[in-house]
Design a protein around this ligand. Structure first.
Ligand code: G4P
Length: 528
């Protein structure tokens, strides 16, 4: 297979969802249908379960698991599928947002009884920012679910994307009979099967809805209702438009029940046909085409070793163009250093192995002794950086203080490395140099404290600070910018890249600043 064909057969994506909608279950079932695993349950859940163990012990356990599930690759119908895992807990949503910068498309799982939920909205916002193609899977049809037309309406309105149902459910919950596949034009009947395996699934399909067989299987009234529904869908929804999907403007929708292996094969079959192969990426200097011969790639995730005696980490590199070769020297753009990697890892289901050659769309795991930060770029010499690895304004803030004066060096190093990993954001106040940690969820504070102690032997303590948001700001009007900084001096901090950030202490103070300093542009993400 040549270089071009290798790229064109790659499908790199993530399954995303509001917690509990069925992301883990669906991911696992995709692996099962893809033949990457043979029994469900082989891939451990990365959910933080409310269990007897304390949260951070649970998080440590999860970290162990999530190294192996960071990327799950398998071959299906001649395609190479790379599924990137995202954390199951909302407090680590920022990790998910970063992972979304490394995918070419997503599958969003929605719980059929709950519809669009808070986290679904935020994830979709990130997809919209990047025009990521989206497929929707409406899950848990084996339970009572909302009316499918209402669900589609809600998705269109709330997620601000047009939809086209490619499958359609007959009933839900106790009256769930199956789904009609509009793509293949056939009815697939539902019955409960072995949830763990698929080898013995006998699938019953009917292609003629007018047949006596269809009437018998569904019952006359359900069959007639299905025919009416399908006519209505034909009237209301346009046909599937590949271009609109590619542009992130139209989402095909599937219905099913992941835990029952139902509707998953249809989803996967359609996915491999329509999901895009690696798309061009935007860098600061220019657009990068995946078919360019020279390597470019960026680090979207860093995983620290769980064993404190081995301080090495794994940096996950998304290849954007060219090939990545083992033992070849590449330029680490931020430092200008030449780095070579003797044991880059690839991932097949939950096994990792050393890989000699990787292509755009692939993710390689690189052993790192502290060279990498999230967002770093590797090239064959060109000094470019990729765009689109944003930090979002955190919503929770605390001062971080040293609780053991003998260990201040360890603390500084630990904080520095954890921030490079993207565990949270650090802001340094300009007035007095005090350090403030900004997080999305409370658990992140616990993780930092726990990891500082266990990995770096440092102790920290937090102090409360009342802040509303951190916003990055720029202005072409230097006089106004200077005036703003002088007046708000106690609320101006530097982020870890040395950029100015306004730490607004209330929605009111932010609004006042926006109204008064009209030549200053305030941003709630670090990418603008
Ligand atoms: P998440 O990763 O999106 O957070 O969700 P996850 O897959 O862990 O699923 C959340 C719960 O929903 C799980 O139940 C799972 O078994 C269940 N679930 C997933 N798909 C379906 C489905 O199609 N139908 C029904 N009825 N349930 C489904 P749990 O009780 O929290 O966990 P478990 O003990 O079953 O693992």
């Amino acid at each position: 297979m040549n270089f071009k064909e290798e790229i064109e057969r790659r499908r790199t994506f993530a399954v995303i969802a509001h917690p509990d909608a069925g992301k883990t279950t669906l991911t696992e079932k995709l692996l099962l249908f893809g033949g990457a695993i043979h029994v469900a349950g082989a891939v451990k859940s990365n959910k933080i379960k409310k269990s007897a163990t304390s949260d951070f012990m649970e998080i440590e356990r999860q970290r162990g698991i999530s190294v192996s599930t960071s990327v799950m690759s398998f071959e299906y119908q001649g395609r190479k599928i790379n599924i990137l895992d995202t954390p199951g807990h909302e407090d680590f949503a920022e990790d998910t947002y970063r992972t979304l910068t490394a995918v070419d498309s997503v599958i969003i799982v929605i719980d059929g009884a709950k519809g669009v939920e808070r986290q679904t909205l935020r994830l979709m916002e990130v997809c919209r920012m990047r025009s990521t193609p989206v497929i929707v899977f409406i899950n848990k049809l084996d339970r009572e679910a909302r009316d499918p037309f209402d669900l589609l309406d809600e998705i269109e309105k709330e997620l601000k994307i047009s939809v086209v149902p490619l499958s359609w459910p007959v009933g839900a919950g106790s009256s769930f009979k199956g789904v009609y596949n509009r793509y293949e034009k056939e009815l697939q009947l539902f019955y409960s099967t072995d949830k763990q395996r698929i080898s013995d699934v006998e699938e019953k399909r009917i292609s003629d809805l007018n047949s006596a067989e269809a009437a018998k299987a569904l019952g006359e009234s359900a069959r007639d209702k299905l025919k009416e529904d399908l006519e209505l869908i034909d009237a209301v929804h346009d046909d599937f438009d590949r271009k609109a999907y590619d542009a992130g403007k139209l989402a095909p929708v599937f219905f099913g029940s992941a835990v029952n292996n139902f509707g998953v094969r249809e989803l996967l079959n359609c996915f491999v046909q329509i999901a895009p192969y690696p798309r061009p990426s935007t860098a600061d200097l220019r657009e990068i085409d995946p078919f360019e011969q020279k390597l470019t790639g960026f680090v979207f995730k860093i995983h620290a070793n769980l064993d404190p005696n081995h301080r090495d980490r794994i940096a996950f590199l998304k290849i954007c163009s060219g090939t990545f070769e083992r033992n070849k020297a590449y330029t680490h753009v931020r430092s200008g250093k030449q780095l070579r990697f003797s044991a880059p890892n690839t991932f097949l289901a939950d096994k990792k192995s050393i890989v000699d050659l990787s292509y755009p769309g692939d993710i390689v795991g690189l052993h790192d002794t502290g060279n990498f930060k999230i967002g770093d770029t590797l090239t064959e010499g060109e000094g470019l950086n990729f765009k689109g690895i944003p930090s979002f304004s955190p919503e929770l803030f605390r001062y971080i203080e040293n609780a053991d004066p003998m260990k201040s060096k360890q603390l500084a190093k630990g904080v520095d490395q954890l921030m490079d990993e993207g565990v949270a954001q650090l802001f340094t106040l300009k007035t007095n140099g005090r350090k403030i940690i900004g997080c999305v969820g409370m658990l992140q504070f616990d993780v930092i404290q726990y990891r500082l102690e266990h990995e770096y032997g440092a102790k920290c303590r937090y102090e409360a600070i009342q802040l509303h948001k951190a916003c990055w700001f720029v202005s072409d009007n230097k006089a106004q910018s200077d005036d703003f900084m002088a007046r708000k001096y106690t609320n101006i901090a530097l982020d870890k890249h040395g950029r100015n950030v306004f730490l607004a202490d209330s929605p009111y103070s932010l609004q006042m600043a926006q109204e008064k300093f009209t030549d200053i542009r305030f941003y709630f993400t670090s990418e603008f």
